[in-house]
Design a protein around this ligand. Structure first.
Ligand code: FAD
Ligand code: UDP
Length: 366
């Protein structure tokens, strides 16, 4: 191990994409992961009865980046999949993102697109500047919809009020005046045909890539004599928390297999903004397209402690991250990439794009 020149910490998208690109260019790569499996949070597997599930919550691929689709298409075929979500509000299951049908069904109206535009114009609370996640929603749809769909969900998900989070968090969810009920606007909305883990297996299947699972980088750090390290774990851990802990939000996933039921709920995901300790329930068969006489669901319970899943986008955390980033910038021959290492609320496609760039930088300087 100590003679391998390039060590990659983490086999999620960030680590695996860099590994694949460098291996293809002829480098010998050692990939470490502390978990017993590859694929990071995108890991999927069949449960005991053969239903394909996502162990770390629903992962839906969507992007506008042709380059990312072209790259991944080397390792997978695709199934078309448009994601749809309902929110449980006042006893109804209503489309989220908020659209024409959400408003008409919630308030018993019959407005057309122009009517919905006028409705938003009447109820919105204009904010200038738009700094927080509260500003974004009040500015577009006003207080009642904010309280019914966003405030409770956000408090539960982040343990913070929307007024304490950057605008970008709730700005992920569009607001529509038409009847489009898709969750995403992106040009490409597709799922890997054989799942994510199979895609990663193909990506990492290269004679130059050596994989060691169940291996914590920090436990063997002193023995590693690599010329180059690509680190995709939490950035504060790399620097031994010298400036204090960067907040990462965690989740507890409660998986359930439902025998003899082929459909549990009327959409892939149902959000619970105002009830229950969980934020949402996902039924995997919608996402995967799998035919099976049973079904499987997962409930997500947000929590402060546990595996780091989300950076928490707010100004004080960004300031702390910038301190760590300054240390990272002077750390010689170590590259920090990915959602945890760059402390960015990245989707998979953004991580893949960042990893491709990192590989280019490394190859350019090698
Ligand atoms: P990760 O996947 O977290 O991989 C990092 C790896 O590094 C892990 O395997 C970890 O075990 C390993 N590691 C960390 N520290 C060490 C160490 N010290 N030693 C060894 N190994 C270490 N994105 C989408 O595009 N669409 C979605 O629908 C979507 N849904 C999501 C739902 C949830 C609940 C979550 C949490 C995320 C979701 N994402 C989604 C985001 C997506 O998971 C990430 O963008 C992507 O997986 C990040 O890849 P990564 O390689 O940066 O990090
Ligand atoms: N959000 C909300 N209500 C919803 C859906 C989303 O308040 O019904 C807010 C919430 O703050 C959430 C953010 O929008 O964390 C982003 O939602 P997304 O579905 O993109 O979250 P992810 O899938 O990344 O957990």
């Amino acid at each position: 191990m100590s003679t391998t020149k390039i060590v990659i910490v983490g086999s999620g998208f960030a680590g695996s994409v860099v590994a694949e690109q460098l291996a293809r260019a002829g480098h010998q790569i050692l990939v470490l992961d502390q978990r017993p499996h590859i694929a990071g949070n995108a890991y999927d597997e069949c449960d005991a009865q053969g239903v394909l599930i996502h162990r770390y919550g629903p992962h839906i691929f969507h992007t506008n980046a042709q380059r990312v689709v072209d790259y991944l298409s080397r390792f997978t075929d695709w199934l078309p999949y448009e994601h749809r979500v309902l929110a449980s509000v006042e006893g109804q299951l209503l489309p989220i993102p908020i659209n024409q049908d959400t408003i008409n069904r919630l308030y018993g109206l019959n407005l057309d697109e122009v009517g919905i535009q006028a409705y938003f114009e009447r109820v919105r609370e204009p904010r200038d500047p738009i700094k927080t996640s509260e500003d974004v929603v009040l500015n577009t749809v006003g207080r009642d919809l904010y309280e019914k769909f966003f405030r409770g969900y956000t408090r539960k998900q982040w343990g913070l009020d929307p007024s304490q989070l950057n605008a970008a968090v709730t700005a992920r969810i569009p607001v529509r005046t038409n009847r489009d009920d898709r969750y995403f606007n992106d040009e490409f909305q597709i799922m890997p045909k054989d799942g994510y883990t199979a895609l990663f297996q193909r990506m990492l299947d290269h004679p130059n890539i050596h994989l060691e699972l169940n291996t914590d980088f920090f436990a063997i750090r002193q023995q590693i004599k690599a010329k180059t390290i690509i680190y995709t774990g939490p950035i504060d851990a790399y620097f031994n928390y010298c400036y204090g802990r960067l907040p990462y939000r965690s989740l507890r996933f409660e998986h359930e297999h439902l025998p003899g039921i082929s459909r549990y709920q009327p959409a892939a995901v149902v959000n619970y903004p105002n009830d229950h300790a969980y934020t949402r329930i996902t039924e995997f068969k919608y996402l995967t397209g799998q035919q099976h006489s049973h079904t499987a669901i997962v409930r997500e319970y947000p929590q402060a402690e546990g595996d780091p899943y989300y950076p928490v986008p707010r100004p004080e955390n960004e300031a702390l991250y910038q301190q760590y980033k300054a240390l990272a910038a002077v750390e010689r021959n170590v590259f920090f990439v990915g959602r945890l290492a760059q402390y960015r609320y990245y989707n998979m496609d953004q991580v893949i794009a960042a990893a491709l760039k990192t590989a280019e930088r490394i190859l350019g300087s090698a």
